[in-house]
Design a protein around this ligand. Sequence first.
Ligand code: ADP
Length: 366
Amino acid sequence: PARVGILTSGGDSQGMNAAVRAVVRTTLTLGGEAFAVHEGWAGAVAGGAQIRQLGWDDVAGVLHRGGTVLGTARCAEFRDRAGRRAAAGNLVRRGIDRLVVIGGDGSLRGAEELRREWPTLLDELVASGEVSGHDRLSHPRLRVAGLVGSIDNDMAGTEMTIGADSALHRICAALDGLRSTAASHQRTFVVEVMGRHCGYLALMAAVAGGADAALVPEAPPAEGWQDLLVRRLQASRAAGLRDLIVIVAEGAVDRLGRPVRSADVGTLLTERLGGEGSRVTVLGHVQRGGRPSAYDRWMPTLLGHAAAQEVLGDGDLPAVVVGVRSNRVTLTPLPEAVRAVDAVREAAEKGDFDVARAARGRSFAT
Ligand code: ADP
């Protein structure tokens, strides 16, 4: 039977377990065999007990659990060809030539590298006697499907990454919690949220949580933004609002590309707004923790199902990202998704924020 390896890699996110479960059970239903590769790419490089066959019941009771039951890690060795060579050897010796990788864009880039290099890596391993000629012949290519697991919603090929919805729920709960104390003291709260270079979490949290202002990387404020922000908050206060909330994305920058830090926004508002000043709350890793939302259970289940079907097919296809667009499961060639993300980053680095926004609009939720 065809053997499918499943791994979670890079930063963890809520809903990865739902994807793992769906991949395992779909694989078994379709007559394949499923193998966990523990601790991300590190498990592939290490081999041995880190690669373990999974049965139907091994993924029971994980749907509602946050994080990843397979473990995840960053793996410096896998960035080097020697590391990927070791990984290819460990996989092929176990008969695994199909992979479903659940991770961020780094993890998926690694998967595409491994897929491209697979035939030459195996030739080398045969030449050095580490892999048998029979193994080489019966596994001529690696089939790869990637699912994007990240709370940041920062990858092309899907409008929603696995975990982003749960992280938003967590942020909203925190905002609700801050509101009552903000109102009691007429304090302004500056809340820093995650998202790396993507403002999705900050923007959607601001809309869903009724924040008074948000600073996001895609819309860097022009010179003098501090005065504008202070005036706007003063007007809100004058209109009788007692609980003011400003959301700052961790990757927020100004028009010149300088970081806009939540601590500096806090100091600004304390100095200029008067009253009891402002307080800064950095939400940090709680955003990545806890139970997945309903959406982060059913969406990764559908994607995991599609990913297992995809890798169990035949033919020499490029690696694909299995994602959601317009509420449909869609496949995007992985190299295309990676190029789209790079284009957004390069545009932003050049200060071309309109292009960055447009590109994001194509790739992500608008
Ligand atoms: P994420 O997957 O969440 O974006 P990272 O960027 O840290 O997280 O990537 C996770 C792991 O994927 C890295 O530790 C490394 O093993 C592998 N990886 C990342 N980028 C590449 C790359 N360009 N080539 C090969 N492997 C990579």
